[in-house]
Design a protein around this ligand. Structure first.
Ligand SMILES: [Zn+2]
Length: 141
């Protein structure tokens, strides 16, 4: 398996979003893990926000591609999301922290995870984070 930013196969329904995730992956700052990740977040208004993983020598300061894209969108006033595509070398799934961040805004978000061979899987957030803790759980009487 080579490390490239190959676009996914042409007949995929989420091709455009995955292609944008792979384009964002090219900007990954990952000198420590060498694990490049890109993400493309589609809002309900039709905009796409992209992100890449950004590592830090103080490892806990590292941020994932998914959160980069989500925080970019939130910081520009977008809070309703349709889907997020995630591009990695081997189809690695979003981490637990990203799943919880997604949960804050979109409990049924469609999550498309693609690899550099053109394979992809489609999930919903509730597939990846069942029995989750969300904003409605904090509402007090
Ligand atoms: Zn993550």
């Amino acid at each position: 398996m080579t490390d490239s930013n190959s676009p996914p196969a042409a007949n995929q329904p989420w091709k455009d979003l995955l292609t944008q995730a792979f384009s964002a992956r090219a900007y990954s700052y990952s000198p420590y893990s060498k694990y490049k990740v890109g993400a493309a977040l589609l809002t309900k208004s039709g905009k796409v926000y992209t992100g890449c993983n950004i590592e830090n020598v103080g490892y806990s300061a590292t941020v994932c591609a998914e959160r980069t894209a989500i925080f970019k969108a939130i910081s520009e006033g977008e809070t309703e999301f349709e889907a997020i595509a995630v591009a990695t070398e081997n189809g690695g799934l979003p981490c637990g922290i990203c799943r919880q961040v997604i949960r804050e805004f979109a409990s049924e978000l469609t999550i498309i995870v693609g690899d550099i061979e053109g394979r992809y899987q489609v999930f919903t957030l509730s597939d990846l984070l069942p029995y989750s803790f969300g904003p409605e759980d904090l509402i007090s009487s």
